[in-house]
Design a protein around this ligand. Sequence first.
Ligand SMILES: Cc1ncc(COP(=O)(O)O)c(C=O)c1O
Length: 450
Amino acid sequence: MDKKKILLNDEDIPKYWYNILGDMPTPLSPPLNPATQKPLTADDLKIFPNAIIEQEMTTQKEIPIPDKVREIYSMWRPTPLVRAYGLEKALGTPAKIYYKNESVSPAGSHKPNTAIAQAYYNKIEGVNTLTTETGAGQWGSALALAGSLLDMTIRVYMVKVSYNQKPFRKSMIHLWGAEVFASPSDKTQIGREILKQDPNNPGSLGLAISEAIEDAATHENTNYALGSVLNHVLLHQTVIGLEAKKQLEMVGDYPDVVLAPCGGGSNLGGIGLPFVRDKINGQNVRVVAVEPKSCPTLTKGVFQYDYADVAKMTPLLRMYTLGHNFMPPSIHAGGLRYHGDSPILSQLRKDGLLDAVAYNQTEVFEAGAFFAKTEGIIPAPETCHAIKGAIDEANKAKEEQKEKTILICFSGHGHFDMASYDTFLSGEMSDYEYPEEKVKEALQYLPKID
Ligand SMILES: Cc1ncc(COP(=O)(O)O)c(C=O)c1O
């Protein structure tokens, strides 16, 4: 029988996270203080614990994973690497397709890899309450899980459109003992201001971030945790790529192309950065971000300093951006509706070390439904993007009659996304391509720095 699942043992959970800051050919531009526009100091990052601030800045290539974090990881890690024989056969492709199944975590996605680490560092530094934002609800539920396992208080601001679309993510967050509010909410000043201007505002990740930061800044012994974008988040996610590389070695394989959905960039960074390290060292491998055409940050955005949130409370980050006041349409892949992107991935893209493609949501759901039929697992709408990218790569291999090894990050399952699948199945799903003119329009609101 051909090997379907490539499995590691508990002792194989990586002992180090991989930090690409020590290997990048172009060092990152420093984050800037939003008021002074001068490079940030550790003092500007007081909403994070010291260990996280250190990880955000260090160029040490290997960062030890604390034993307690590895112990919690062992609830679901190492995750299986699965060969998608069913999908390959249905496509009739000579390509081999592997998926790293991060949907086996208790929260159903890759997000707990960093939620556990962030909660742990706060806890050991004596902070017992964390606030955060969430788009599709995957990150909010991951932090709620971490809070439950480490006995901490968690408050989640969830983008209103997702809050309404995914009521059971709310239940999950409640079950793990955390609170969740629809954003914009009346809990914060920025939320109240936005609601006054537009009571039906659907919310955005940028706005939910502003609310969570304001909550942390105005309460004692309360820190903020971010689920994507920042260096330390991508760092924690590298367990995905480190494990996948080892698993491929076990079957004597190496990918020609690695694909992942990209919102703020954490699962793409997680699976991709250990392979980008190889690329920097001369290996022939492509790492590809897959994003929605309605929120095309890496394919249509500009590489400039911008705020990471709507209220301009966050540091200025040099990244690909559609503008901090970008209000994305209410697409179903809630976790991909973000105006910016990880500064690490943005710099790699600028340097030609990262590729990016964009798709419409209908074709993405078609790919997800095809995967569900051929491989059984129902992917999250975000994950469907990587699957669509992999199917296109496999079809290209078929046309060219070329062998190719494709690796994707199966970032999460879609068990809480049935309303979106119903819209797709009823033929009522529509597509929206973000117009070039709108990107140009947003540029006038970017801070003038470079
Ligand atoms: C299942 C899933 N995949 C991907 C993403 C995108 O986030 P990131 O780009 O940080 O991996 C999300 C975000 O919520 C998600 O829930």
